[in-house]
Design a protein around this ligand. Structure first.
Ligand code: UDX
Length: 466
C-alpha cells in the first residue's frame, strides 16, 4: 500500500484486518492537533478504526476525515481562552483543561463503549498534556497510550530542571552574573533559557511532575521523532520512564498536515515562491500561539525590508500584542517591497519548507516546525519564546548545529548578522550540509527496515496485543 506524503512516498504493509478501534484525544492547540491527527491517519492505514474525542474549542474539521468518527465534548474553555493569553499562561491553560474535561470525557467514553459493541477499544491515545486521563482509563481498565508531541530532549531537560528548589533562577535578568552561564542540571541550557521556559516555576513544576508520573503509569509512549536524531535522549528516557517507547516520526512525512489546519492557509504564495531563485527566500513564522510585542514586530519588519532578500512572513491575526494584524507596519511598507516580500496570515508551511526557493526558516522552534525544517533540509534562525521552544532551539544550534540563535531577542545587528550567516556565509553552507545529512537519515528511517518503520510495526503489534 502506498501513502502519498507532501513530497515523499512511504510504503506501508497491507493493513491487517481488525475490528479494533483506537480512540484518540488531542490537546486543542494546532501544534498538538497536527501530530495527533497524523498519527491517527498512520494507524488507520494499519487497519485500526479511529474515533477522535475532541473539545469544542479548536475543533478539528470532521469533513476532512470522513474515515474517522468524531465525538465532541464540552470544555467551557473558550471563555477563558479569549480573556487570557496562552503564551503568558501555558501551564494554567493545560491545568484548566485537565479539570474541565474530566466529566465530559468520562461521559463521552462511557457512551462510546456501549455504542461500539462490535469494535473492541484496543486503547486510548491521549496527548501527554491530558494527564487526568490516566486515572480515568485505569478505572475503566482501558490501556492508555501517550502521544508526546515534544522532543525527547525537551522532556529530559524538564525532568532535570529545578523548578521547585531554585525558583529564583527562573527570574534572573541580564544584569545577573549567572544569566549567560550553563545550568549545571542540564548544561546544554543557559540560565537565560530557563527564564524563557517559564516565569512560573511552581506551576511548570506541577505540570512536569503530572506529565512524568502519568507517562510512567501509561502503557507506552509514542514520540514524533526518529531514533537517529535523538538516540542518546531515547536511551536515557527509557531508564527514567520504563515503559515501551515508540519513535516512528516524523509523522508529517507520512501525511501532510494541511487537513488539520485550524486556520485557512494562503496558497497563493506557492506561485509567488515559484518566481524566486533556489534557496533565496527567508521563511518567517512563529507558530500558532507565540506572540511578539509591537516594537519587536517593527524591528523584524525593518530588518526584512532592509536586507534585500526575498521573504515570506506569516503574521497570524492577533500575534502582535495590542494589534489586530499588520496595521502597525510603517506606511507603504508592503507597496515598497514590490514582489520581494509577502506577508500572509497562515501558510501551507510544509510545502513552503519543501519549496526549492526556501533558503532558511526563521522560527520560534515549536517541535513540529523544527522537525518539518529538518525534513526539508532547511537551516534555521531561532527565536524561541517559551516552554519547550528554548530547549529545541539549543539542540538546533548547539547539538545538531543546523541553525543560529538570536541570543538577545530581536536586536537589530544580531538579526542582520544571523541572516547573513545562514543565507550568505560559508557557515550557512556547512549548516545546510549537516541538515541534509539528517534529512537523508530521516528518509532512510522511514524505508523498509529503517528505525521509524520498524517502530511503527512494533507499535501496531503492541497495540494489537494489549
Ligand atoms: C506549540 C508549542 O508552541 C510548541 O512549543 C510545542 O512543541 C507544540 O505546541 P506551535 O506554536 O503550534 O506549538 O508550533 P509548532 O509545534 O511548530 O506547530 C505549528 C504547526 O502549525 C506546524 O505543524 C506547522 O506546519 C503549522 N503551521 C504553522 C502552518 O500550517 N502554517 C503556518 O503558517 C504556520
Amino acid at each position: 500500500m502506498e501513502i502519498k506524503g507532501t513530497n515523499t512516498t512511504l510504503r506501508c504493509a497491507e493493513p491487517m484486518k481488525t475490528n479494533q478501534r483506537i480512540v484518540v484525544f488531542p490537546l486543542p492547540f494546532q501544534g498538538h492537533i497536527n501530530p495527533m491527527l497524523q498519527l491517527a491517519n498512520i494507524l488507520h492505514t494499519q487497519g485500526f478504526k479511529i474515533t477522535i474525542i475532541h473539545t469544542e474549542y479548536n475543533s478539528p474539521i470532521p469533513s476532512n476525515y470522513p474515515h474517522f468518527i468524531f465525538k465532541s465534548i464540552k470544555d467551557s474553555f473558550s471563555e477563558i481562552a479569549d480573556e487570557l493569553s496562552i503564551c503568558t499562561y501555558p501551564t494554567y491553560f493545560v491545568e484548566y483543561l485537565n479539570k474541565s474535561c474530566v466529566d465530559p470525557f468520562k461521559e463521552c467514553l462511557a457512551r462510546l463503549l456501549t455504542e461500539s459493541d462490535t469494535d473492541l477499544v484496543a486503547c486510548v491515545i491521549t496527548d501527554a498534556g491530558f494527564y487526568f486521563t490516566q486515572s480515568v482509563l485505569d478505572d475503566l481498565k482501558i490501556p492508555r497510550m501517550v502521544l508526546n508531541t515534544s522532543s525527547l530532549g525537551s522532556i529530559l531537560a524538564y525532568d532535570a530542571l529545578p523548578f521547585y528548589s531554585k525558583k529564583d533562577c527562573f527570574n534572573l535578568t541580564k544584569e545577573d552574573s549567572n544569566f549567560e552561564a550553563q545550568v549545571p542540571a542540564y548544561p546544554l541550557l543557559k540560565y537565560k533559557d530557563m527564564v524563557k521556559i517559564t516565569t512560573d516555576p511552581q506551576s511548570m513544576g506541577d505540570y512536569v511532575s503530572n506529565l512524568h508520573n502519568t507517562m510512567k503509569a501509561s502503557s507506552g509512549i509514542i514520540w514524533n521523532t526518529f531514533k537517529e536524531l535523538e538516540q542518546l535522549e531515547q536511551e536515557t528516557i527509557s531508564q527514567h520512564l520504563p515503559v515501551p517507547h515508540f519513535t516512528l516520526g516524523p509523522f508529517n512525512k507520512y501525511f501532510p498536515a494541511s487537513s488539520s489546519s485550524l486556520i485557512q492557509q494562503d496558497r497563493t504564495i506557492m506561485s509567488w515562491l515559484d518566481t524566486k531563485p533556489p534557496k533565496s527566500t527567508i521563511y518567517v513564522s512563529f507558530g500558532s500561539v507565540a506572540h511578539i510585542s509591537e516594537a519587536e514586530f517593527k524591528q523584524v519588519a525593518n530588518v526584512l525590508a532592509n536586507n534585500g532578500l526575498p521573504f515570506l512572513w506569516v503574521v497570524r491575526p492577533g500575534m502582535v500584542h495590542g494589534t489586530k494584524w499588520i496595521e502597525s507596519l510603517p506606511e507603504n511598507f508592503l507597496e515598497g517591497l514590490g514582489e520581494r516580500g509577502r506577508v500572509v496570515k497562515w501558510s501551507p508551511q510544509q510545502e513552503v519548507l519543501a519549496h526549492p526557493a526556501t533558503g532558511c526558516f526563521w522560527t520560534h522552534n515549536g517541535w513540529n516546525s523544527t522537525l518539518e525544517s529538518v525534513c526539508e533540509g532547511v537551516p534555521m534562525i531561532c527565536s524561541p519564546k517559551y516552554v519547550d521552544q528554548p530547549i529545541n532551539a539549543r539542540y538546533v544550534t548547539d547539538v545538531w548545529k543546523i541553525g543560529v540563535m538570536l541570543e538577545n531577542g530581536f536586536e537589530w545587528n544580531e538579526m542582520e548578522m544571523a541572516i547573513k550567516r545562514v543565507m550568505m556565509d560559508k557557515e550557512g553552507d556547512e549548516m545546510r550540509e549537516r541538515i541534509s545529512c539528517l534529512k537523508n537519515k530521516l528518509n532512510i528511517s522511514l524505508d523498509e527496515g529503517g528505525s521509524s518503520k520498524e517502530s511503527l510495526n512494533d507499535l501496531v503489534h503492541y497495540i494489537s496485543s494489549l
